[in-house]
Ligand binder design. Structure first.
Ligand code: ZN
Length: 120
């Protein structure tokens, strides 16, 4: 029988283990899976971070009673206008486009001013 090496520590898997075993021990098994899960969560957090930051900025403006803000100001305070949860309504006659960010909508007027509205 050919020797098998542990997916985690690379040591030889004892022959007494199951024929399909990929780890030398239960400890190596959960250690490997925990590490994978940690990497996955860190990656997920990195992807979500800019969205979270956008929502934090909108929430902060709204709490301070600011319901209208220019595109330039949003950019200055670190808002990424390319990241939104989904596109809302567009009105070609009034030149408005609505962007949805979780609980908030930002309606862009003539590519200059955003109106902030709480949805829920
Ligand atoms: Zn091992």
């Amino acid at each position: 029988m050919e020797t098998r090496s542990c997916k985690k520590c690379k040591k030889t898997i004892p022959e007494t283990t199951r024929i399909d075993a990929v780890y030398c021990s239960a400890k190596c098994g959960w250690s490997y899976r925990n590490e994978k899960k940690r990497q996955y969560l860190a990656e997920k957090k990195k992807i979500h971070q800019p969205f979270t930051e956008n929502i934090r900025i909108i929430n902060d403006l709204f709490r301070r009673g600011i319901t209208s803000v220019s595109h330039g100001t949003l950019k200055e305070i670190g808002f990424n206008t390319d990241l939104y949860t989904r596109l809302g309504r567009t009105d070609p006659i009034n030149h408005t486009t609505e962007f949805i960010f979780d609980d908030f909508s930002l309606t862009l007027h003539n590519t200059k001013i955003y109106n902030i509205k709480k949805l829920r």
